[in-house]
Design a protein around this ligand. Structure first.
Ligand SMILES: *Cc1c(COP(=O)(O)O)cnc(C)c1O
Length: 421
């Protein structure tokens, strides 16, 4: 695929949804949140996109140039060796989108870059964010560097101490990384003083990053998943994939992605949902860990987006904002909720959800490593397990199927996980 084939627009699913997406609510008044209320945290362009009714939103030329620099458009591989390993008959084919090829090894820079770009244009000088194991923090650090912003990353202390490599990566990109809870914020200081939550949690790190952005005019808060504009930026994955499949005259019968907050999954599937809504038959599967079964077991309800209950209430499949998941290796999938759009699609039965145990996903990842030779991130391993199941089912039923999945990231910085399984 050539650089000029890279999409000129993001695809906005909002106007195509069969039902109005429930609005985020102010938890005090229970009224719909006004766009202005979000301006202390987010760039104006992102807020506009969050509520936009335009189907296609133009990607500015300078931002496109940044995407080229990250290696977009990205290749779509056929998993020939995996097909062979599974002894699949002719007619069952597996394809995967190589989002692991970004400099930080995941799809996350697709949105980090856009947010940083719009923020810089608006005059922001700094960005604050949180990170668990460091995937999101490294994407933000890279995006900040490209757009000449200072990055401040609040990293859950436990990971800060136990997983040093992504911290080194962030520092190399010029970001400041603080173990959370930290001395930099009121909420962090309070926790340290009360000797509460010393090892930190994602909820606390979010609260610290939000406090920094809310109290400094020149700082914006960068968010890694869940919100509409984040998913919008990720649609470049699906737009590219669609073109790539068309160019080899293939049609996706099954689309699969793993789901934490829902951004890499949405990025792949949204451009295909448009055709499904017009009557085309496509099976779409969201895959999550059994330890965090938001789509398979969570309730579709209004809930807070964070543990600190600082965000607006959003309607989503949720296990409750105080749900603390087991410490599984797929840290990027340990979120108590899901994107409101993905939740609505699930509620309307336009997508299916499956949950697998950690053991099942690592078994699948090992089959992938031993055939394709690429190490999946523990998150991506969830998608792979569903892909293998889906291919074997088609084989058993003697069906022809083209299965396409999002290879959301590599596991080269998660290697210790592979030795513990
Ligand atoms: C963060 C992450 C995920 C999960 O986040 P989504 O917003 O659901 O995409 C999945 N895979 C990888 C490699 C990640 O880094």
């Amino acid at each position: 695929m050539l650089a000029e084939d890279f999409p000129r627009h993001y695809y906005n699913i909002l106007p195509d949804l069969p039902e109005q997406l429930p609005f985020p609510l102010n938890p005090k008044t229970r009224e719909a949140v006004k766009a202005e209320e979000l301006e202390v945290l987010f760039p104006k362009e992102c807020i506009k996109q969050e509520f936009s009714n335009e189907s296609f939103i133009k990607i500015p030329a300078e931002l496109r140039e940044q995407y080229f620099h990250l290696g977009r458009p990205r290749p779509l591989y056929r998993a020939l060796r995996l097909e062979k390993k599974l002894s699949l008959p002719k007619g069952i084919e597996i394809y995967y989108k190589r989002e692991d090829l970004s400099p930080v090894g995941s799809h996350k820079p697709n949105t980090a870059l856009a947010q940083a770009f719009y923020a810089k244009k608006q005059g922001f000088e700094n960005v604050s964010t949180e990170t668990g194991a460091g995937q999101w923090g490294s994407a933000v650090s890279l995006a900040a560097m490209f757009n000449e912003l200072n990055a401040e990353v609040y990293m859950v202390r436990n990971s800060f101490e136990q997983k040093p490599y992504r911290k080194i990566l962030m520092n190399l990109f010029g970001a400041e990384v603080f173990p959370s809870p930290s001395e930099n914020t009121i909420i962090g200081k309070q926790m340290l003083k009360e000797k509460k939550n010393f090892n930190g949690s994602l909820g606390t790190a979010i609260s610290e990053a939000i406090e920094k952005a809310a109290t400094n005019e020149k700082t914006f808060y960068s968010i890694g998943s869940v919100l509409n504009h984040v998913l919008l930026h990720q649609t470049i994955i699906g737009l590219e994939t669609k073109k790539q499949l068309e160019s080899i005259d293939k049609n996706a019968d099954v689309l699969i992605g793993c789901v934490g907050g829902g951004s890499n999954f949405a990025g792949l599937i949204f451009p295909f949902i448009k055709d499904k809504l017009k009557g085309k038959e496509t099976e779409i599967i969201a895959v999550e860990p059994k330890a965090v079964p938001t789509l398979t077991k969570g309730k579709y309800k209004y809930d807070f987006g964070d543990t600190g209950k600082m965000t607006p209430l959003i309607k989503m499949h949720s296990l409750g904002s105080d749900f603390i998941p087991e410490p599984i290796h797929a840290g990027g999938l340990r979120y108590h909720g899901d994107s409101p759009i993905v939740s609505l699609l699930k509620n309307l039965d336009l997508i299916k959800a499956k949950a697998y145990s950690q053991e099942q996903t690592f078994e699948a990842a090992k089959i992938f490593v031993n055939s394709e030779g690429i190490i999946p991130a523990p998150e991506t391993a969830h998608a792979i397990k569903a892909v293998i199941d889906s291919a074997l089912k088609a084989k058993q039923n003697k069906e022809e199927k083209t299965i396409v999945f999002n290879f959301s990231g590599h596991g080269l910085l998660d290697l210790p996980a592979y030795t513990k399984i």
